[in-house]
Design a protein around this ligand. Structure first.
Ligand code: SF4
Length: 396
């Protein structure tokens, strides 16, 4: 497939791996920020092909996974109201709140609809002036601009029965929080390329300098990831800590000025809670006062709902890179994609789902894992994988 195959070329992958092997002299721990990168890494076995010295730690960049439980509970409360048409990307319907999920709300009579764009929700609001239409706006700098634009359109066109339940988060404050954690082992970052395609790279040099970590803007195909790893390892071996753009085909340094202008118009930076991590200062957005009329949390008075995360799910540790999914006791036993205990198993970008989908049940320490002494897979051993189909829309 043109534009995809060229970034999955096995010969080029082997050359990049040779280069990484020739460069590395000691252990390094790198974090890939985005769940899309995690899936690419696990699906293609990239972490198993890298030299033992290079460890990939899976970061928090999955929009569904980081949405806190209390926001899910607010969504459940709003979606249960008879006057509401609650619209969401498909991923969110199976994320468990306290005791139920949006699918169950729908089964109980709630009008919960899967849409493919926030503009679909706005159209529903236009077509149903006697109903309240709410769109569940979650995700990072990638999903925030279209949601901002939809609220902007609603206000401009006087569509008053449309509102947004906002839970948007920003990557740079999360990197700061990860680096400030006393347990942090991360020595370099593969920054999320699509986030930078919106926001540019201007926020990263200060972080790289302050924490003395290389930050390499990285894409999502196997060669993109390997190139990000290669550049990060090269910097670490040289004692450097700069920002590099290894994804220039999608990321101009200034990002997307029109999208950023829309964000500045509709949102204001605010503290946000991250699932399993807690509140990170200035790590998200909320609607600015000019658009408060379209704030579902304000409109439906659900701001005082607070919920504690369940102790049995260790997704907070997974999201901070402190635990690999297969190290969670519930992984693959009581917690599977069909019976998820946490968002990292539900989401199509979640690290737990990636480990499950791509057979990381077969890991040392788990029943049926590769016996001691068995050889690690090579590039030519890479298994043929079946990509799961996505029946529903998803947040990216
Ligand atoms: S395997 Fe399940 S219970 Fe364990 S951290 Fe992942 S989502 Fe939570």
């Amino acid at each position: 497939m043109k534009y995809i195959d060229e970034f999955q070329d096995p010969d080029l992958a082997a050359r990049l791996l040779d280069d990484i092997r020739a460069t590395v002299t000691r252990p390094w721990a790198l974090m890939e920020v985005c769940g899309g990168q995690t899936h690419s890494i696990i699906r293609h076995g990239i972490d198993q092909l890298l030299p033992d010295e290079v460890e990939l730690i899976h970061g928090p960049g999955c929009p569904v996974c980081v949405t806190p439980l209390e926001v899910i509970d607010k969504a459940l409360e709003i979606a249960s109201r008879p006057e509401v048409i609650f619209c969401s990307f498909g991923d969110m319907l199976r994320v468990p709140g306290t005791g139920r999920d949006l699918f169950q709300v729908r089964a109980e009579g709630g009008d919960v609809r899967v849409v493919y764009s926030p503009l679909d929700a706005l159209r529903l609001a236009e077509e149903n002036p006697d109903r309240e239409v709410v769109f569940f706006g979650i995700g990072f700098e990638t999903t925030a601009p279209p949601n901002a634009m939809t609220v902007h359109q609603a206000r401009r066109r006087g569509i008053r029965n449309f509102s947004l339940l906002v839970s948007h988060v920003r990557v740079p404050p999360a990197i700061e929080a990860i680096m400030q954690s006393p347990d942090c082992r991360v020595q370099g970052f593969l920054a999320a390329g699509h986030v930078c395609s919106v926001m540019g790279t201007a926020e990263y040099p200060a972080l790289a300098e302050r924490f003395r970590v290389p930050i390499v803007v990285t894409g999502f195909e196997p060669l993109d990831v390997l190139e990000g790893v290669r550049r990060t390892v090269r910097q670490l071996e040289r004692g450097e800590h700069t920002v590099e753009n290894a994804y220039p085909r999608a990321v101009p340094p200034e990002g997307n000025p029109a999208a950023r202008a829309m964000l500045d118009d509709v949102f204001e930076v605010a503290d946000r809670a991250w699932r399993g991590i807690g509140v990170i200062p200035d790590s998200g957005w909320r609607l600015s006062p000019r658009y408060r009329d379209h704030d579902a949390e304000h409109r439906f008075q659900v701001g005082d709902i607070t919920t504690l995360e369940p102790a049995e799910c260790r997704s907070g540790e997974v999201l901070q890179g402190l635990l690999k999914p297969h190290e969670c006791e519930a992984f693959g036993t009581t917690c599977t994609p069909r019976t998820p205990l946490g968002a990292t198993m539900v989401s199509s970008e979640g690290a737990c789902a990636a480990y499950y989908l791509y057979r990381r049940l077969d890991l040392p320490g788990r029943p049926g894992s590769r016996p001691p002494g068995a050889t690690a897979p090579t590039a030519t051993d890479a298994p043929a994988v079946t990509v799961p189909s996505r029946e529903d829309s998803s947040v990216v």
